[in-house]
Design a protein around this ligand. Structure first.
Ligand SMILES: Nc1ncnc2c1ncn2[C@@H]1O[C@H](COP(=O)(O)OP(=O)(O)O)[C@@H](O)[C@H]1O
Ligand SMILES: [Mg+2]
Length: 255
């Protein structure tokens, strides 16, 4: 069994008057330490699928296995979730924001400061522990959010369009930082993005979903030559444009 395994996931949202089928028969497997991306048209169910993997709510049908264990809903301790907005608490310092998950999980208190400072160092923000979120730029706040996500030592990181609110330059820098950091900590990660280039630059495989209802349409293996490079360097590589064209055409064919 693979590290993250989805078996025949179906999901519908129910209101008092109707049922809306959002995901149909999704099965896939992701290796430990692998970095994959989910792409597809808006509304194809990417966020719904991440939420199911995160254990925020159970799927209507199907099973999720993480590291051999079937995921029980509301057992979220093995998951780190990073969203478009950083959701830092404005009244807490950066250091307090980074350790918030640890405090919730009641891990020993004296190690918090060490963890926070080591992670802030890792994301290139060694001197901001005593600052407040309002004093940092959007890109810096997302780096703090990454540190916070890593602080609870999750088995899997789920990243739902975490760079989409950033300017292009910050986004490129953060792509490199995230890939480098996750490699250092050997983390398994799923990135949702609407940016094909970002998916190619960061991932080992790209999963393309189609909509109405959301189904897994195709899986692309990113060539070895690109996988060895940093996201920034992938975008400069001659093969990058070919891979981009191939995925772009497939996405266009979904209409
Ligand atoms: N809580 C909800 N209740 C009802 N419908 C929802 C809910 N969340 C999402 N949807 C619908 O499910 C579909 C998939 O949404 P979502 O998972 O957010 O897609 P994506 O992230 O790919 O854009 C959309 O049609 C959306 O309107
Ligand atoms: Mg979404």
């Amino acid at each position: 069994m693979e590290f993250l395994q989805l078996e025949n996931i179906h999901h519908s949202y129910f209101s008092s008057t109707q049922a809306k089928e959002v995901l149909r028969d999704i099965s896939l497997a992701i290796r430990e330490g692998e970095f994959v991306s989910f792409i597809g048209p808006s509304g194809c169910g990417k966020t719904t699928l991440l939420s199911i993997i995160a254990g925020l709510f159970p799927s209507t049908e199907g099973k999720v296995y993480i590291d051999g264990d079937e995921l029980a809903a509301h057992n979220q301790s093995s998951i780190g979730y990073m969203l478009q907005q950083d959701y830092l608490f404005p009244w807490k310092t950066i250091e307090e924001n980074v350790t918030i998950g640890l405090k919730i999980m009641e891990r020993s208190n004296n190690s918090h400061k060490v963890t926070a400072n080591a992670l802030l160092q890792e994301v290139g923000l060694p001197h901001v522990g005593n600052n407040y979120p309002r004093e940092l730029s959007g890109g810096m706040r997302q780096r703090v959010a990454l540190a916070r996500t890593l602080a609870v030592n999750p088995k899997i990181l789920l990243l739902d369009e975490p760079f989409s609110a950033l300017d292009y330059q910050s986004k490129l820098k953060l792509e490199d930082l995230v890939v480098e950091t996750l490699k250092t900590y050997k983390k398994t990660a799923v990135l949702v993005t609407h940016d094909i280039g970002e998916a190619i630059a960061m991932s080992e495989r790209v999963f393309l979903f189609s909509a109405n209802p959301g189904t897994l349409h195709k899986v692309f293996e990113i060539p070895e030559a690109l996988r060895e490079l940093s996201p920034f360097d992938v975008r400069q590589h001659p093969t990058y444009a070919d891979v981009f064209q191939m995925i772009w055409k497939e996405l266009e064919s979904l209409g």
